[in-house]
Design a protein around this ligand. Structure first.
Ligand code: MTE
Length: 315
């Protein structure tokens, strides 16, 4: 067996230790990850099901849906590289089982499998949303998910908590981009609890009537259609409720280019990209960008107390 295929010694030892603690060492047990998780009492190793979900018709689009093939082959997932065509590399990510932690300033700390979490949160629905990347490309997608507010309700934040910090997996052996040590891995994003409670915020589980593709952030991602796409963190493993404003992955790298709020605003240019117009994936046509990406009615109230859009994107 080539060296690179051998199990890392630390992992091997910790598995041995666990087996010993469970009284199973020495009986020649040959369980793989799934077998081990079953023995450890995980309720379900099944992937998230329930696709296609019923569409919630309250969310309508003013533009054609992006072709599925475009949306699943043109992706940003820096863990797998900085090009848009990393979808093949992302297939190495094992998304089932997938443990998720909810911790910090909450009544209900939880460590739970993603599929079990979604079952707990209630029925999924489909919503047609616009998506806008700060690089000035855009798409229109049928997402599936559960309202993010249900996760907040499950966690029951304590009175001082104000923000939700979210974190993506960290595993450089699977995600080659994470070997690039100049990036501040793991990918982190954050929102206020109030934003998470907004009706538009979705805990995404699927697209186009199916579970999420790995390159689109399976099994769980955040969908915040009024914000630039980088806020929509993929493949989430941890939700931490906190009183400290989270500092995101991109903010750590370039504070003058990526701020906390990142609400879509056609009038404020990014240092490298004008935000006045956007290119729809699959087309060369540019269309005007809308304030809050067209969701002003649903979200403007969140920022009224700040005197407006809460734009701290580019400084
Ligand atoms: N989440 C993680 N973990 N890693 C990333 O590189 N890219 C972000 C966001 N979430 C990213 C991420 C950016 S810049 C965008 S525009 C969207 O994911 C893209 O989502 P899509 O590739 O599904 O279109």
């Amino acid at each position: 067996m080539p060296q690179h295929m051998a199990t890392d010694e630390a992992l091997f030892l910790s598995r041995r230790e666990w087996l010993k603690a469970a009284g199973l060492a020495g009986i020649g047990i040959a369980a793989g990850t799934a077998g081990l998780s079953a023995m450890m009492g995980r309720a379900s190793a099944a992937p998230i099901t329930g696709f296609p979900a019923t569409r919630n018709d309250s969310y309508v689009l003013d533009r054609a849906l992006t072709a599925e093939q475009e949306a699943i082959t043109y992706t940003n997932f820096y863990e797998f590289g900085s090009s848009k065509t990393i979808w093949r590399k992302a297939q190495k990510l094992e998304t089932d089982p997938w443990m998720v932690t909810i911790d910090g300033m909450v009544e209900e700390e939880l460590k739970i499998d993603a599929a079990e979490l979604i079952t707990k949160l209630g029925s999924q629905e489909e919503r047609l949303y616009r998506h806008r990347c700060v690089e000035a490309w855009a798409m229109a997608v049928p997402w599936t998910g559960v309202p993010f507010s249900k996760l907040v309700a499950l966690a029951r934040p304590t009175s001082g908590a104000k923000y939700i910090r979210m974190e993506t997996f960290y595993d450089p052996s699977v995600a080659p981009g994470q070997k690039q040590s100049w990036y501040p891995w793991p990918y982190v994003e954050g929102i206020t609890i109030e934003e998470g409670m907004n009706e538009l915020a979705l805990l995404g589980t699927g697209m186009y009537g199916k579970g999420l593709e790995k390159q689109n952030g399976a099994p769980l991602r955040c969908v915040l259609p009024w914000k630039y796409g980088f806020k929509g963190i993929k493949s989430i493993v941890k939700f931490t409720f906190t009183d400290q404003q989270p500092v995101s992955f991109w903010e750590q790298l370039a504070k003058n280019e990526y701020g906390f709020w990142a609400n879509v605003n056609p009038e404020v240019a990014h240092p490298r990209w004008s935000q006045a117009t956007e290119r729809m994936l699959g087309s060369d046509d540019r269309v005007p960008t809308l304030l809050y990406n067209g969701y002003e009615e649903q979200v403007a109230g969140l920022y009224a107390g700040m005197g407006g859009i809460g734009d701290r994107l580019f400084r």
